[in-house]
Design a protein around this ligand. Structure first.
Ligand code: SAH
Length: 354
């Protein structure tokens, strides 16, 4: 069967043709999923064993200048109660994270004009000073080259910027005309060039996505070689133009996690909150498909519900400590162990010959 051949080839060469990627996606079935999953898990085990890295996610603001059609915190959503954490609150979240044993803090938010370089640099420096061996990851959207450079200089280690889709026409169906595919892609290249550990990613099952657009995403991952890749199912949000669109599926997300693991054996691949939202065991199944990162929420409980990118987001009621224990137990149940190391990407030279 051709699907198996392509998966074998991926396992061997870590690459495939665009039409082969599209074929894999178009011909997903339970046997293909199982085959990709087994290979992906074997590859991941060889490099990362049964360890899962944790990243403490701090949602620092839901104020956003952008109007992405899929996103619940888009500027046109007038029903969204806006908030922005103070510097003190952000630092408190990190202190709590440290108590819980986290060594990576992810500051994520909308494109909030209040976050000047000066403000962010101050926070980054304070976090790095107080939590000596931790990593700071930023996920604050598109900024200028100068800004990315300044934030790096202040101590930021990693940057997550999902490319959302590697197909320009598709990108334009997901975003208003004022947003640019070229700038998104350019930003990712700048981040990588500046020495950030860089993460891209996309939503699975976003409106107008096709096997061909996913093939381009996979090709992009193959060629760009990101350190991290965030993928999760698209889930509609009631106050967006995509309110009536269908959500992405658990199966396709897990299948793509396996495929991405085969393309980039070392990649840091989270089992996302969105995956946990569409299925009660989504995150466990993501890990069992080849993911190796989980991102428990460290945001103050008072703002959790307000950072609603999509409907029915999980983990909005629990304290951070509960979230951590819950995830730890979930991972244990499926034979994996959360570790508290910084969890940097393992480079090829550390793996011997894989
Ligand atoms: N402003 C930052 C952070 C965005 S939120 C940035 O631009 O990078 C992080 C990610 O959530 C987005 O990149 C998007 O892929 C995802 N997301 C947004 N709305 C979603 C939805 N309705 N369903 C699933 N994922 C969504």
């Amino acid at each position: 069967m051709k699907v198996f051949e392509i998966i074998d080839k991926l396992g061997k060469n870590q690459r495939a043709e665009l039409c082969e990627y599209a074929y894999l996606v178009a011909n997903i079935d339970s046997k293909a999923m199982e085959y990709a999953r087994e290979k992906a898990v074997a590859v991941r085990k060889k490099i990362y064993g049964n360890t899962v890295f944790v990243r403490g996610l701090i949602e620092i603001s839901n104020i956003c200048r952008n109007d992405c059609f899929y996103c619940g915190i888009r500027r046109s959503n007038k029903d969204c109660q806006r908030y922005r954490l103070t510097e003190e609150e952000i630092l408190e979240c990190c202190d709590e994270g440290e108590r819980l044993g986290f060594k990576t803090f992810v500051l994520q938010g909308g494109e909030d004009g209040y976050f000047s370089d000066e403000f962010l640099c101050g926070i980054i420096r304070k976090i790095k000073k107080k939590h000596k061996d931790c990593a700071v990851t930023l996920s604050l959207g598109e900024r200028s080259r100068q800004s990315y450079a300044t934030l790096k200089e202040a101590g930021a280690d990693r940057y997550l910027l999902r490319h959302e889709t590697a197909d320009k026409e598709h990108y334009e169906k997901l975003h208003p005309a004022e947003m640019s595919f070229e700038n998104r892609m350019k930003s990712l290249k700048i981040l990588k060039g500046l020495g950030y550990q860089t993460g891209c990613g996309f939503m699975v099952g976003s409106p107008y996505q096709t096997p061909e657009t996913i093939a381009k995403d996979l090709k992009f991952i193959e060629e760009f070689s990101p350190d991290m890749c965030g993928i999760g199912p698209f889930i509609p949000h009631k106050n967006t133009p995509f309110a009536d669109k269908q959500a992405g599926t658990l199966d396709m997300t897990c299948y793509l996690l396996s495929i991405i693991r085969l393309i980039k054996p070392n990649i840091l691949l989270p089992a996302t909150t969105a995956l946990g939202t569409i299925h009660p065991n989504g995150r466990e199944l993501g890990i069992l498909a080849g993911a190796n990162v989980v991102m428990p929420n460290l945001s103050p409980v008072s703002v959790r519900k307000k950072y609603e990118l999509y409907d029915n987001k999980i983990c909005t009621g629990e304290e951070s400590a509960e979230c951590k224990i819950c995830l730890e137990n979930r991972m244990k149940k499926v034979g994996y162990e959360i570790v508290t190391s910084r969890g940097d990407i393992r480079k090829d030279e550390e793996n011997g010959n894989i």
